[in-house]
Write a protein that binds this ligand. Structure first.
Ligand SMILES: Cc1cc2nc3c(=O)[nH]c(=O)nc-3n(C[C@H](O)[C@H](O)[C@H](O)COP(=O)(O)OP(=O)(O)OC[C@H]3O[C@@H](n4cnc5c(N)ncnc54)[C@H](O)[C@@H]3O)c2cc1C
Length: 528
C-alpha cells in the first residue's frame, strides 16, 4: 500500500484530459502538480517510549515484532481520509506511533493490553489502515507513549463449519485473502467495499463496514455471528447461536466499537455458497427523485438485486460510476443492478430476479441500457480511489462522506448536505449515489471535489464541520458505514444524546479502566 495515498503504486492513475479540463474550467484548479514528499522526508517525533518499556513489549511478542524504524512508523501514521493523505503528502508525521507491535496470538494481545494498561501506553488497533474517519490517531493527556497494534500476523482461517455455513477467522485477514480461502471451499463472504483490496475482517467488524453487494449479502455486521475480544479486564467470547433472547446482544456492543473497548482477536462469520452466475446491467432514470422511488419499490416489494446503486445527475454526468471511462457519462441518472446466485434458494434464479426487477424498474419509468454499463461498473469497482492521489497532486481536494436516513427523510438529507457543502466551499462539485437500501430507508454517499486554497486541511475541516451539523439537524445518522473515529465523535454524541454517551463511557471505564484503547476515538472523554 502506498504510504502517502491509496493502493498499489504500480496502479497509479493519470488524470484523463476530460477531468483536467473539468478541474480547470469548472473548479478553477490551475496550480502545477505537487508530488508527495519522499518517505524518508516525513517528519516524525522522537520515539517517546523508553527502552525498558520497548523491552517489556518485546518480551511479550519477541523483539522482531516491535518495530521502531522510520518506515514502519510512517506506514502506521493515520488512515486514508483526505485530511490524513494531505498531511502525509506534506511530510507531517506528527501523529506517528512510537512503535509498531505485531502480536501473534490472542494471548499475546491480552498480555500486551495488561502491560500497556500498567504503563499507560496508548494502543491503537491497526487492521488494514484504511479508516477514513480519523480512527487511527490516538490522543489524550498523560500517556507514556503510543503503539500501533498491527494485527497483520493474525491472518489465519481457523475453521469452516460447512453444515452451519460459518467460517472462523483471525482479524488480520485481508478481504481478498478471505475470499481466496473461502473460494477453495466453494464459499464467499460477499463483502466487497471499495477498500476491499486492503481492509481486514477485524476492521470491517470494528467499523461496521458495508460492501457494494449489501443489498444481497447484507452489511458486515449482519455477517458476524460470533467474536472473541481481548480487553484489559479480560476476554469476551460472544455468540453461541445465530440469534438469542438471552438479554441484550453484547456482540452489538463490540461491532462498531472501533478498538475503544477491546481488540477483536477472532470472528465467526456467516458465509454463502459462491455464486455460479453473475449479471450486471444499467438503467436510466430521468431524475434522481424518480430513480430513488424505483429503488424504494425494489427494497420494499422486491425482487431485490444483489447490487443496487443509483447515481444522481451530477455523478452520472461525470461518469463516476464507471471510473475506467471517467468523463464519458450521460444524462439523467444511472442505476446499476447486479444479480448473483449465491446458492440462496429464496433469492430465486438470477434470470427470474432480473426479470422481476426489470418489470418494477420499467413500471417506475426506467429505461434499460443493457449489460454494458453494469459490466463497466463491475470492472472499475475498486479503481476510483486511485484517482484521488492524482487529484490531490493536481491541486484539487476530493473527499467522500456518507449518511443514511428513512426514505421519507432522504430528500431533506440530500438537500441539507449539498447546501452545507456549498455554504462552506463556494462552488464545489458535489456528486451523490445511493448504494445501500433497506425496506425503511437508504444511505446517501457524496463525493466532493473543490480547488485547494490556503491550508487545504483547514478548508476541508470547515466543510466537514458544517456537513456534520447539517446531517444532525436534518435527522440523518452521522455514518452509515465509515464509522465514527474522531471526525464524527461530536456528531455521534449528539445523535445518541447525553445518556447514550454516559453508557458508552461506563462500558469503556469497565473494560478499559486505564483508558489506553484508541483514546480520543468514538467516545468523548468524560468531563473532568
Ligand atoms: C478508498 C476507500 C474506500 C472505502 N470504501 C468503503 C466501503 O465501500 N465500505 C465501507 O464500509 N468502508 C469503506 N472504507 C472505510 C474502511 O475501509 C472501513 O472502515 C474498513 O472497515 C476499515 O478496515 P481496516 O481493516 O482498514 O481497519 P482500520 O482502518 O485499520 O481500523 C478501523 C478502526 O477499527 C479499529 N480496529 C481495526 N482492527 C481492529 C480489531 N481487530 N479489533 C478492534 N478494533 C480494530 C481501528 O483501531 C480503527 O478505529 C473505505 C476506505 C477507503 C480508504
Amino acid at each position: 500500500m502506498l504510504w502517502s495515498g491509496w493502493g498499489d503504486p504500480a496502479l497509479a492513475r493519470e488524470l484523463p484530459s476530460e477531468v483536467r479540463a473539468l478541474l480547470r474550467d469548472f473548479l478553477g484548479v490551475r496550480a502545477p502538480d505537487v508530488p508527495a514528499v519522499g518517505l524518508e522526508s516525513v517528519r516524525l517525533p522522537p520515539v517517546a517510549l523508553p527502552e525498558p518499556l520497548l523491552g517489556a513489549l518485546a518480551e511479550v511478542v519477541g523483539s522482531a515484532y516491535v518495530l521502531t524504524s522510520h518506515e514502519a512508523r510512517v506506514r502506521h501514521t493515520r488512515g486514508k481520509s483526505t485530511p490524513d493523505l494531505l498531511r502525509m503528502r506534506a511530510g507531517d508525521g506528527s501523529a506517528a506511533p512510537d512503535a509498531v507491535v505485531l502480536p501473534g496470538s490472542h494471548e499475546e494481545v491480552a498480555e500486551l493490553l495488561r502491560v500497556c494498561s500498567a504503563e499507560r501506553i496508548a494502543v491503537i488497533p491497526f487492521g488494514g489502515g484504511t479508516s477514513v474517519v480519523g480512527g487511527l490517531t490516538a490522543s489524550g493527556p498523560g500517556f507514556t507513549g503510543v503503539i500501533a497494534l498491527d494485527l497483520g500476523r493474525l491472518d489465519r482461517l481457523l475453521s469452516v463449519d460447512l453444515e452451519s455455513l460459518v467460517a472462523s477467522f483471525e482479524p488480520g485477514v485481508r478481504a481478498p485473502e478471505a475470499e481466496r480461502l473461502l473460494a477453495a471451499q466453494g464459499l464467499t463472504l460477499g463483502h466487497f467495499p471499495q477498500s476491499f483490496e486492503y481492509a481486514t475482517l477485524g476492521g470491517f467488524a470494528a467499523a461496521r463496514s458495508s460492501g457494494q453487494a449489501s443489498a444481497g449479502y447484507g452489511r458486515f455486521d449482519d455477517m458476524v455471528v460470533g467474536l472473541t475480544v481481548a480487553t484489559p479486564t479480560g476476554t469476551l467470547d460472544l455468540g453461541r447461536a445465530p440469534k438469542s433472547a438471552a438479554g441484550p446482544d453484547l456482540r452489538q456492543l463490540v461491532l462498531g466499537s472501533e478498538g475503544a473497548f477491546g481488540v477483536i482477536t477472532s470472528l465467526r462469520l456467516r458465509v454463502r455458497r459462491a455464486p455460479e452466475e453473475r449479471r450486471y446491467e444499467g438503467w436510466r432514470f430521468g431524475t434522481f427523485a424518480e430513480g430513488t422511488v424505483a429503488m424504494r419499490a425494489l427494497a420494499q416489494e422486491g425482487p431485490l438485486p444483489t447490487v443496487l446503486r443509483l447515481s444522481d445527475e451530477t455523478e452520472t454526468m461525470i461518469g463516476l460510476a464507471k471510473p475506467d471511462a471517467l468523463g464519458s457519462g450521460g444524462s439523467g441518472c444511472l442505476l446499476i443492478a447486479g444479480y448473483e446466485s449465491a446458492g440462496v434458494s429464496s433469492w430465486g434464479s438470477v434470470a427470474a430476479r432480473q426479470a422481476g426487477a426489470a418489470a418494477v424498474l420499467t413500471r417506475m419509468g426506467g429505461e434499460p441500457l443493457g449489460a454494458e454499463p453494469g459490466e463497466a461498473w463491475e470492472r472499475g469497482r475498486f479503481s476510483a480511489p486511485y484517482l484521488r492521489d492524482s487529484l490531490l497532486a493536481a491541486g484539487a481536494t476530493v473527499e467522500t462522506l456518507e449518511t443514511a436516513g428513512f426514505w421519507a427523510n432522504l430528500p431533506r438529507l440530500y438537500d441539507a448536505v449539498r447546501l452545507a457543502l456549498a455554504g462552506a466551499l463556494g462552488s464545489p462539485l458535489v456528486m451523490c449515489h445511493i448504494s445501500h437500501v433497506y425496506e425503511t430507508g437508504a444511505s446517501l454517499y457524496f463525493t466532493v471535489v473543490v480547488a485547494q486554497e490556503g491550508d487545504p486541511v483547514a478548508q476541508w475541516e470547515r466543510a466537514k464541520e458544517a456537513v456534520n451539523a447539517a446531517i444532525v439537524a436534518a435527522g440523518g445518522t452521522i455514518s452509515h458505514h465509515h464509522g465514527v473515529g474522531r471526525e464524527h465523535r461530536e456528531a455521534y454524541a449528539a445523535e445518541v444524546g447525553a445518556v447514550g454517551v454516559s453508557i458508552l463511557q461506563a462500558v469503556k471505564g469497565r473494560l478499559d479502566p486505564a483508558g489506553i484503547l484508541n483514546p480520543g476515538t468514538l467516545i468523548p472523554p468524560p468531563a473532568t
